[in-house]
Design a protein around this ligand. Structure first.
Ligand code: SF4
Length: 394
């Protein structure tokens, strides 16, 4: 499982809490660095999913993306590849660009950051695209050859009514390429620390939806999904049968993965590693790194290795050794957000009695149920998954 992070964006969206850089900067240098990191950190076990995320991966030209794809083909075992996704922003998905992406012969899934089909809402979010471009992007992706399209929408936007939210869903249904939309990610707007939205709220410049409106929007979404055959498989993710995101599902399963690029995270089953969130330092670190120094051996919790290692040739990064308790809490948190739930056999024996005791309490409240060895959230339980998980933490 490989994640490639492209941190560049046209400009900053108000709600953004990701590591992203407005402006193009040294994209060729960054592509060189990503290719170098792939070379340095291989061999990976056979790669089953690849995900290009950001930032905005579609700010890269098809030629630049093609260089990264070539580095993957040259260095990785791709014989078991199942899913290859690229995130795309609507303003980039012209017919020509969509076709050039498809011509790379690598991506079999595209995830388009539509967020809204309403021009006023898009302006509030400071998105680059408008509603026409949002509609065209889906059609262009389908015409370019993508038959597995995912669309991102955000609900609970400032001033958004339930009718306004339903209108967004209707626009999606009306799209000429709707049959190629196999997957939908619908997130509730959250206020990320340090985001422009947070400052706007502090200054009283915007007002968020109240909880009741968001609850009704969520119910409207559930009805829409029932009508159009989308099934919910995670708190924010819906798909036509068989089209769940293989890549994201494995994060929730705690499958090991390798993240390439500035600020990209990796997980080897015991340790988390995150590359430095500074594109220039990352480019320089990759340029001066030597082979044979990937993933330094664990030295305890949270090792700030990048400061010293950047001088002796390791890609600047930090890492953290997870305790059994961390692993338990992470698994409970991510799995309770899925309809699959917690696989009881995966729970450490030491923590099992406490987990079952708490499950019994939530069962009585109608929030959890036990089915075939899994602790599964009910429809209401899924809505409160984060709160339930926190109460189950050790
Ligand atoms: S496009 Fe995505 S990553 Fe870039 S600023 Fe907007 S929300 Fe952030």
């Amino acid at each position: 499982m490989l994640y490639i992070h492209i941190p560049y964006c046209h400009h900053k969206c108000t709600y953004c809490g990701f590591y992203s850089l407005a402006g193009h900067r040294d994209i060729d240098g960054y592509v060189d660095a990503v290719c170098r990191e792939i070379e340095l950190r291989h061999p990976f076990s056979p790669v089953r999913t690849v995900y290009f995320g950001g930032g905005t991966p579609t700010l890269l030209s098809a030629t630049q993306l093609g260089r990264i794809v070539r580095a993957l083909r040259d260095n990785c075992d791709l014989s078991q590849l199942e899913e290859t996704t690229i995130e795309a922003n609507p303003e980039n998905l012209t017919p020509e660009y969509a076709e050039s992406l498809a011509n790379l012969g690598f991506f079999n899934r595209i995830s388009i950051g539509i967020q809204s089909f309403n021009d006023k809402e898009l302006k509030i979010l400071n998105r680059v695209h408008n509603s026409r471009q949002a509609m065209d992007a889906i059609e262009n992706a389908a015409k370019g050859g993508f038959t597995n399209i995912s669309v991102d929408l955000i609900m609970g936007l400032p001033y958004q009514t339930v009718e306004g939210w339903k209108a967004n869903l209707d626009r999606l249904t009306d799209n000429a390429a709707f049959s190629s939309v196999k997957h939908l990610s619908c997130y509730e707007l959250t206020v990320e620390p340090g985001s422009i939205l947070e400052r706007q709220l502090q200054r009283g410049m915007v007002t968020l939806c109240d909880d009741e409106t968001v609850g009704d929007q969520y119910q409207a979404l559930q009805s829409w999904c029932r009508v159009y055959g989308f099934e919910q498989y995670e708190i924010s993710n819906y798909c036509r049968p068989g089209f769940h995101s293989r890549h994201n599902s494995r994060y929730w399963d705690r499958t090991p993965y390798v993240g390439i690029g500035a600020a990209a995270h990796s997980f080897d089953g015991q340790r988390r590693r995150w590359n430095i969130a500074d594109a220039e330092a990352y480019i320089e670190g990759c340029r001066t790194s030597r082979a044979g120094t990937p993933f330094p051996s664990p030295t305890g919790a949270r090792v700030p290795s990048w400061a010293s290692n950047s001088r002796n040739g390791v890609i600047p990064h930090e890492e953290e050794l997870l305790t059994a308790k961390d692993a338990y809490n992470e698994y409970v948190m991510t799995s309770l957000r899925t309809v699959r739930g917690i696989e009881i056999s995966k729970i450490d024996k030491e923590y099992l009695p406490q987990l079952l005791e708490k499950t019994e309490i939530f069962e009585k409240e109608g929030l959890l149920t036990i089915v075939n060895g899994f602790i599964v959230p009910t429809a209401t339980g899924l809505l409160h998954a984060d709160g339930i998980a926190e109460r189950m933490f050790i």
